[in-house]
Design a protein around this ligand. Structure first.
Ligand SMILES: [Ca+2]
Length: 93
C-alpha cells in the first residue's frame, strides 16, 4: 500500500514535519516565541521587548503585556526566562 515512491516521499515529508513540530515546541511555539529570541542575549526582558509586531504575531504576548505584573512573580519589573515561560506556556483565555 505504501510501497510506491510517491508514498515513500509523503512518509518522509510527514516524518520531517513531525520532527520540526517537536523542535519548535522545545524552542517556543506558534503560540509564543522562545525567550532567547526576544531577549537578544539578555537574562531578562522588559515590556519594551514585546513589540507591537510581536503582539500581532503572537496573541499570547499581548496577554502577557497586559498581565505583566501577574507574570512578574518577583516584582522586579522584568521577566526572567522562568517567569516568561511559566506565563506564556499556559493559555489564559
Ligand atoms: Ca521578575
Amino acid at each position: 500500500m505504501f510501497s510506491s515512491p510517491r508514498y515513500t516521499l509523503l512518509a518522509i515529508a510527514l516524518a520531517g514535519a513531525a520532527t520540526f513540530a517537536t523542535a519548535a515546541l522545545a524552542d517556543g511555539s506558534k503560540e509564543y516565541p522562545a525567550f532567547a529570541s526576544i531577549a537578544s542575549g539578555k537574562a531578562m526582558i522588559d515590556r519594551d521587548a514585546i513589540t507591537p509586531a510581536l503582539e500581532k504575531k503572537y496573541p499570547r504576548l499581548e496577554g502577557l503585556k497586559m498581565h505583566w505584573d501577574d507574570a512578574d512573580l518577583d516584582h522586579d519589573g522584568k521577566l526572567n526566562q522562568k517567569e516568561y515561560d511559566d506565563y506564556v506556556s499556559v493559555s489564559h483565555n
